[in-house]
Design a protein around this ligand. Structure first.
Ligand code: BMP
Length: 226
């Protein structure tokens, strides 16, 4: 299953770019969701996002601002994201429970927004600080009712750790393709979704790229069941 990272390159019109890519891959059986983040929102704000999210219909719609602030501020941002049509948002777990994650979780619960915590990242530097606290962050976020976690496809040992600690939470794994991880490896390690951006969005034929990645995922899972 794929969550498509829509990160428009600079000097493109983000709305046109996102809608054009989405129109080519929409309806693919492997496409579970879309993720829009800072590159697009910093460039043009939030107003244009609504039309893209409308096109995404019943797909999971993830806002990836990797929020890391005090609770009151995260609630304001979450409210704006929900008004724009997002149904899930990514937060950094390292801000801790009291006065931050707890307030965001309260707000999200009462407004039906799914929260996803970053507990390990796909770049090597994640080991320096974040990965030292992955287990504690997972436990805190689970106790607050978080829906899911970001754990990297580039280091499947981290996915296995999160899956062990959180058997029924969703795991979303970035790093497939452009960052080197092979499609399917994260799913085999216990992830629910692989977040894929450039390997699809920058391909000459995004639909064909999605076909190829979905087929690799299928084969990886099949070999697991043998
Ligand atoms: P790409 O497949 O083009 O490398 O895109 C990966 C996407 O996942 C980007 O939107 C990036 O912000 C996000 N991401 C990541 O690469 N590593 C992480 O640890 C967390 C992320 O959200």
């Amino acid at each position: 299953m794929i969550v498509l990272a829509l990160d428009p390159p600079p000097s493109t019109d983000p709305e046109r770019w996102c809608r054009s890519i989405l129109s080519r891959v929409f309806g693919h059986p492997a496409l579970a969701g879309v993720k829009i983040g800072l590159p697009a929102i910093v460039a043009r704000g939030l107003s244009w996002v609504q039309s893209v999210l409308r096109d995404a219909r019943d797909l999971l719609k993830v806002a990836d601002l990797k929020l890391a602030d005090v609770g009151a501020i995260m609630r304001i941002v979450l409210e704006n994201l929900a008004s724009a049509g997002f149904d899930a948002a990514i937060l950094h777990a390292f801000v801790g429970r009291e006065g931050a994650l707890d307030e965001a979780a309260d707000w999200a619960k009462s407004h039906g927004v799914k929260l996803i915590a970053v507990v390990s990242m796909s770049h090597p530097g994640s080991r320096q600080f974040i990965d030292r606290h992955t287990s504690e962050m997972v436990e805190t976020c689970l106790s607050l009712g978080f829906w899911g976690f970001v754990a990297p496809a580039t280091r499947v040992d981290m996915i296995k750790l999160v899956r062990k600690l959180a058997p029924s939470a969703k795991i979303l794994s970035p790093g497939v393709g452009a960052q080197g991880a092979r499609p399917g490896d994260a799913l085999r390690a216990g992830a629910d979704y692989e977040i894929v951006g450039r390997a699809i969005t920058r391909a000459p034929d995004p639909r064909e790229a999605m076909n190829r990645i979905a087929e690799e995922q299928r084969r990886a899972l099949e070999s697991l069941n043998r």
